[in-house]
Ligand binder design. Structure first.
Ligand SMILES: NC(=O)c1ccc[n+]([C@@H]2O[C@H](COP(=O)([O-])OP(=O)(O)OC[C@H]3O[C@@H](n4cnc5c(N)ncnc54)[C@H](OP(=O)(O)O)[C@@H]3O)[C@@H](O)[C@H]2O)c1
Length: 267
């Protein structure tokens, strides 16, 4: 019985990963939410399930910036399942420039507290998740084909990053978005660095870019021209394509940074 842990599962892409894994596997899913009791989208989905399907999902409180909560969750998952086959670091913050100082449009808008907070959610949190769950990812002893059609036996860590983190790709000077770029670049660096250690224990890890996807995060930055050109993806499309990339993952992809179509993105 495969076990998957997903952060940011209350809504948007995190919730869609719950749906996809329910559909593609027969595994158990640990759906982690920042604010238990305040997750209407997830609640609506849970209510739509049969009793047997509902029994496959455990909802757990998790603020990814709180290491004690991560440790508590890892202990609970160890007690209940003893292993993890897939860890999905989906939770993230960008800000909307109304309620948050970011994303910055110029250097004047840099705010140290916001930079720290964003770094904690987008980079330090996912890395702490990997650190505390590494033992359970190693414990996986399942048979082939639990998720991937390639028939691989490795466990996987999937990290949702962003193309704007790419330094090579940052030639236009379009959006500043300094702290978001910094935090996702830090995530990419951490994931590449730990991919070697994880590979030795039979765990592959990857950073993925979903494309601009129609969620609360991107809504303030969408416009008609982008939508008319089909450059704002529906959530089910984006997450479906990301799952296809995970499904086709081979050892050579571990430590890499790919978009929704499986195209490599330069760091
Ligand atoms: N949407 C895009 O176009 C796009 C593009 C590139 C990359 N991404 C990345 O894709 C991922 C998902 O984005 P999204 O568009 O689905 O975002 P979203 O609609 O803003 O949802 C963000 C999710 O993260 C959770 N979260 C925020 N802070 C948290 C914390 N400290 N601990 C635990 N959970 C926390 C939120 O919980 P609450 O519901 O409780 O607030 C929510 O579930 C993010 O990592 C984002 O950076 C998105």
């Amino acid at each position: 019985m495969a076990v998957f842990v997903i952060t940011g599962a209350s809504r948007s892409m995190g919730l869609q990963f719950v749906r996809e894994l329910m559909r593609r596997t027969r595994g158990r899913i640990v759906a982690c939410v920042l604010r238990p009791g305040s997750t209407p989208d997830l609640d609506g989905y849970l209510h739509s399930l049969s009793d047997d399907e509902r029994a496959r999902i455990m909802v757990h409180r998790l603020d990814v910036t709180d290491v004690e909560q991560i440790e508590e969750l890892a202990m609970e998952v160890e007690r209940t399942y003893g292993r993890v086959d897939g860890l999905f670091n989906v939770a993230g913050v960008l800000g909307d420039r109304i309620n948050t100082p970011g994303p910055e449009m110029n250097l004047n808008q840099m705010d140290a507290k916001w930079a720290r907070d964003q770094m904690m959610v987008n980079a330090v949190g996912p890395m702490m998740m990997i650190s505390k769950f590494a033992k359970l990812l190693r414990a996986r002893k399942g048979k082939d084909g639990y998720l991937r059609s390639t028939g691989c036996r490795e466990s996987v860590v999937v990290n949702i990053s962003a193309r704007v983190a790419s330094m090579d790709d940052n030639n236009s000077g379009g959006l500043a978005w300094y702290t978001y770029r910094m935090s996702k670049a830090a995530l990419n660096a951490g994931v590449r660095a730990c991919s070697h250690e994880l590979k030795r224990q039979g765990t592959w890890t990857i950073c993925l870019y979903p494309g601009m996807t129609d969620t609360a995060m991107s809504r303030p930055f969408q416009n008609k021209a982008l939508r008319d050109k089909g450059l704002v993806f529906p959530v089910d499309f984006a997450v479906g394509r990301l799952m296809d990339v995970v499904d086709g993952m081979e050892e050579e992809h571990s430590g890499g940074f790919y978009d929704w179509a499986g195209q490599s993105i330069p760091f």
